[in-house]
Design a protein around this ligand. Structure first.
Ligand code: DON
Length: 303
């Protein structure tokens, strides 16, 4: 009921935000689209609207690479990237310069590039991407998840800012692999294509103490799941994280395609999608859908 209601309200909204155009494949998205999927601890997924459309998850991928990098390197990763909210845009160069090449957190682009570089310490680029695809497929129990090569290619062609960030990281000795190799993997991870249903299932482990559901497979420790969720709450919406916590009140990570993955600890994993963005690059209608759902169901991490 809550999912259907959120989509009905989403369809009625006049203000829909602006679709991202700097990755030209994303510019083709229809701002009228709106979908939601909610996966519960018993494994049941409830969905409504355009919840089966495949969409590249963009920055939501940073959650999955963070889990993989922490699995490979543990706390050593935190010597190269911080855990503080940035208060600045996702692709800010200024902050990186001020802070000597140590990105504020793993969810701004610079931080995510460092995380991807950390994964590359154990793998060659193709293997790293293969690992990542396998990881999300296994999380979602769905072998249909793929990388959208056209989107990856269009981002590679226009990724000037990310190249600037990666070069800046390299100049501070905070990149172990070449700029092009690291960005090649980063652009492809952002182009992981999933529907809301698949994404809500892939995100279950963050809602259910590191496991895929009640009595489900253990993916990461409970402590790690909590900590990743903490970073989602404080940093998942960049300079809009405070406002999102105020309005929605649950950990979530947004992507510039208009996808958002949110978790209600112990209760549900929610994916929403609507392509129009607010001024900070987060889905405008998607945030509204989440707000409607948590209001209806009285869900919050603040009791
Ligand atoms: O690197 C980029 O700019 C994109 N692939 C991802 C940015 C993103 O999703 C920001 N989130 N709202």
């Amino acid at each position: 009921m809550a999912a259907k209601y959120a989509v009905e309200r989403a369809r009625e909204r006049e203000e829909r935000g602006v679709v991202a155009t700097y990755i030209y494949e994303l510019a083709k998205a229809d701002p009228q689209k709106a979908g939601i999927a909610i996966t519960l601890a018993n494994g049941k997924t409830i969905c409504a609207g355009d919840c089966n459309d495949g969409v590249t998850i963009q920055s939501v991928s940073k959650i999955f690479t963070l889990a993989l990098a922490l699995g490979a390197q543990g706390d050593r990763l935190w010597t190269r990237v911080g855990r503080e909210p940035s208060g600045s845009s996702f692709d800010s160069i200024l902050q990186l310069e001020h802070e000597n090449g140590i990105p504020r957190n793993p969810f701004v682009n610079a931080g995510a590039i460092v995380v991807t570089d950390a994964i590359l310490s154990n793998y060659r680029p193709k293997e790293a991407l293969g690992e990542l695809v396998q990881f999300v497929r296994s999380l979602a129990d769905d072998d249909e998840i793929i990388i959208d090569k056209l989107v990856a290619q269009s981002e590679a062609e226009t990724g000037h800012r990310n190249r600037a960030l990666a070069n800046y990281l390299a100049s501070h000795g905070n990149l172990r692999n070449s700029v092009e190799m690291t960005l090649g993997v980063y652009f492809h991870q952002c182009a992981l294509s999933m529907s809301c249903v698949q994404l809500s299932r892939a995100g279950r482990f963050l809602a259910f103490g590191g496991a895929t559901g009640a009595g489900g497979r253990k993916i990461v420790s409970e402590r790690r799941a909590r900590r990743i969720a903490a970073i989602m709450l404080t940093c998942g919406h960049y300079d809009g994280s405070g406002e999102f916590a105020y309005r929605v009140g649950i950990p979530a990570k947004s992507g510039v395609s208009g996808m958002i993955l949110a978790v209600v600890p112990g209760i549900a994993s929610i994916a929403v999608w609507s392509p129009g963005l607010d001024t900070r690059g987060n889905s405008l209608v998607g945030t509204g859908m989440l707000e409607d759902v948590v209001d209806q169901l009285n869900w919050s991490v603040f009791a």
